[in-house]
Design a protein around this ligand. Structure first.
Ligand SMILES: NC(=O)c1ccc[n+]([C@@H]2O[C@H](COP(=O)([O-])OP(=O)(O)OC[C@H]3O[C@@H](n4cnc5c(N)ncnc54)[C@H](OP(=O)(O)O)[C@@H]3O)[C@@H](O)[C@H]2O)c1
Length: 253
């Protein structure tokens, strides 16, 4: 990965000159990968103060404000691929494009381990390239709508993340944004596959609903993942920027 040209920064940030605070947020994302797989992987979650990403019925639009939505679109413009889980496709029918900023839209990568999604969703019918990833033994054809299907080994309840990253890298997709939902981001985290994590916290309490993170139960507080973070104000919301360097819960960083 190379540093972004000044003109690219200006277009993405929509400002006449660089902004120091925003540069400190985005420039680490342009650092070269230090992982053996050659990928740089960013996890991304927008949550309520009580750690929910949607109501129990799956409503998540919108938890955070407009500045955070623009931030998400900037991230999409900076990454080669955006990963989402089947639960998010079903709940939101998202497009995952860069409508709020100038910049290319990433390749959409849908995790649907057991092929529960059909071709009715927009990612499979319109817009940028989409890949559907499922288990080796999942049923179905090798295409869903416009999207080719890539089959991956299973690991636990999902797909083997290391095999997924190797397959994406082989296609030239080395900058990978994992945009949700909670289960998908948590599976990358549990696999020690995140270089960085951006969590935006909105000033609201949902009180119940879909959790941001679902990880193995920790017995003691020495088992948990601890980290440094830096905090950025995005309108009414707080964005915490966490360098994870592929750390995973239960193991020292
Ligand atoms: N606030 C945010 O940042 C944000 C971002 C993205 C999404 N969301 C919201 O998060 C929710 C989804 O997140 P999530 O953690 O539940 O899931 P997810 O990470 O989007 O997707 C993974 C889950 O989807 C399940 N799944 C697969 N196919 C499905 C189908 N056809 N119908 C229903 N579920 C299916 C998978 O089940 P198996 O393991 O059995 O295959 C897996 O548990 C949605 O309500 C979405 O609106 C919020």
């Amino acid at each position: 990965m190379t540093a972004l040209a000044p003109e690219t920064w200006r277009r993405l940030l929509r400002r006449p000159s660089g902004d120091a605070a925003l540069s400190s947020l985005y420039s680490p994302l342009c650092a070269p990968s230090t992982a053996a797989d050659g990928c740089y992987v960013l996890g991304r979650i927008a949550q309520s103060l009580d750690g929910r990403i949607a109501t129990a019925s799956g409503a998540s639009q919108w938890i955070t404000g407009h500045e955070d939505i623009v931030h998400t679109h900037r991230l999409r413009a900076l990454f080669d691929a955006v990963v989402i889980g089947a639960g998010t496709v079903r709940a939101d029918d998202p497009q995952l494009t860069t409508r709020e900023v100038e910049g290319p839209s990433p390749v959409r990568v849908v995790f649907d381990t057991d092929r529960r999604l059909d071709a009715r969703y927009r990612v499979f019918r319109e817009g940028p390239e989409t890949l559907l990833l499922c288990a080796l033994d999942a049923p179905g054809e090798d295409r869903v709508g416009n999207a080719p299907v890539l089959r991956m080994p299973r690991a636990g309840k999902g797909l083997a993340i290391a095999a997924v990253l190797a397959a994406l890298a082989a296609r030239g997709l080395r900058r990978v944004l994992v945009e949700g939902g909670g289960i998908t981001v948590s599976r990358f985290l549990a696999a020690g596959a995140l270089d960085r994590l951006h969590v935006t916290i909105a000033p609201l309490l949902i009180g119940s609903g879909i959790p941001a993170f679902t990880l193995a139960e920790a017995t003691t507080l020495t088992d948990v993942l601890r980290f440094d973070w830096s905090v950025h104000r995005l309108g009414a919301d707080l964005l915490v920027d966490i360098p994870l360097a592929r750390a995973r819960p239960g193991l020292p960083a």
